[in-house]
Design a protein around this ligand. Sequence first.
Ligand code: ADP
Length: 220
Amino acid sequence: MTTLSKIAKNIIIFGAPGGGKGTICNKLVKDFQFTHISTGNLLRNQVAKNTALGTQVKSFLAEGLLVPDQIVVDIIKSEINQKDSHLFDGFPRTIEQASILIQALKIDAVISLEIPFEVIIERLSNRWIHIPSGRTYAYDYNPPIKHGLDDITGEALIQREDDNPISIKRRLEEYEKVTSPVLNFFSQQQNIKFSNFKGSESNVIYKNLKPFLVEHVLNI
Ligand code: ADP
């Protein structure tokens, strides 16, 4: 693992649902010392543990609707630490969330992943997940070692409740309508590096993304 400089770097991994944000973040966490913050994983864990917050957000997640900004912003504020380098995955998803984030933390780069929608739909319908860690598998191109079980913990894999055709459609609509304008917001911010990576395979994208980050953002 490469050590990052003492100055914290904060990067947003942006893209549509099922676009491989989590996969790219997992690769970056293996190669560098980032704290990975996935609002989706944090929210799903609350639902799985049946907390008061989990009860409040459960139906938004199941239906593929965005959770209200205030709830998500409160979660983020409790997770960030000015001294750490963060990777944001699935946050911000609205202009309001983006404005609050740039006031709370210096953001160094926004990396946008552009994946064809037909690839996304196919991927989401075949995705299996280990809820506590957020690790994902697919039986065709990324199968677990043992059928139905997480490689690391041996715990059960499940299909996400929102990976069904109706919720997938709703999530993609929310992305188009509410979330994609956030890219424009960031491209207008000075001092934030902005880059777009296109493709349908996370492994291939990562081969280009990693050197870009090393050279232009992490300066190592
Ligand atoms: P995906 O990118 O596959 O849709 P996520 O795990 O990022 O999955 O998010 C799952 C769900 O959690 C979203 O559909 C939404 O209901 C909720 N969610 C996650 N992040 C946010 C956010 N930043 N703002 C509002 N809702 C969110």
